[in-house]
Design a protein around this ligand. Structure first.
Ligand code: FMN
Length: 227
């Protein structure tokens, strides 16, 4: 068994990564990381996430602003091939006006085409997983009814969830870091092990989570504990 310390596989990021351990044997899926940031070089958190995730094995990392250039143009066939070759699609972005930056929309509009993502024969994304990882300026408690952002992240991210549903993908619980407006470097660094643990968690599928709970309940019942 190869248990890798995350600090060993993230040479560029020598901050405190907590105690997250990455176990190669438990991580077999192929991840396609799509970072959508207008200027990743000037980012505080998304650049760190991108570099950290890129260093994991089984991850193909793409900075969409760089791939698409100023015109945000993508080669459809190439993107299709990448999608077909991966199991979990991770879209990583800063929350800009309650959505992802434009480059992700440009990518989706070009790549989720008729006959590929929808329409006749358009079942190529079916069974793949979609995971969003995003950072917001506003604090967590602002994303509730009655505070200044009013709506929860689950509500605001609905277009991505519905796109996943229509294309037959499994929408996974998003990873959200709140409070960038006031976040310290320590808080930002501490998000990295949590992000890595989330993105590489193979049991995020809601059906798997439910099955786990049901199994635990059954086990408890057999020893006379559960309600
Ligand atoms: C154009 C723009 C729009 C933004 N819109 C929002 C928003 O709708 N909600 C929010 O909480 N933060 C918003 N922010 C703050 C960003 O989410 C925050 O700066 C970002 O998560 C930091 O990530 P980075 O360090 O990777 O750039 C916005 C920032 C910019 C530049």
């Amino acid at each position: 068994m190869n248990a890798l310390e995350i600090k060993d596989i993230m040479p560029k990021c020598n901050h405190g990564y907590g105690s997250f351990q990455f176990n190669e044997r438990t991580f077999t899926m192929k991840i396609l990381l799509l970072a959508a940031h207008p200027d990743l070089a000037r980012s505080r958190i998304n650049r760190l996430w991108f570099e950290s995730l890129s260093a994991l094995p089984n991850v193909t990392a793409r900075d969409l602003a760089q791939v698409g250039g100023p015109q945000m143009r993508f080669r459809r066939e190439q993107e299709h091939d990448l999608l077909l070759a991966h199991d979990r699609i991770v879209m990583q972005f800063p929350f800009h006006w309650y959505a992802a930056p434009a480059v992700l929309k440009a990518w989706i509009d070009e790549v989720y085409s008729d006959g590929f993502a929808y329409g006749q024969g358009g079942d190529k994304l079916k069974g793949k997983e979609l995971l969003l990882a995003t950072s917001t300026g506003g604090p967590a408690d602002s994303y509730h009814a009655g505070n200044f952002n009013n709506f929860s992240m689950d509500e605001l991210l609905k277009p991505y969830q519905q796109t996943a549903l229509l294309t037959g993908m499994t929408y996974l619980r998003p990873f959200v870091f709140h409070g960038m407006a006031l976040a310290s470097d320590d808080e930002i660094n501490a998000s990295v092990p949590r992000l890595l643990a989330h993105v590489t968690d193979e049991a995020l599928d809601p059906r798997v989570r439910l099955a786990l709970i049901n199994r635990q309940r059954a086990e408890r019942k057999t020893v006379g504990l559960a309600a």
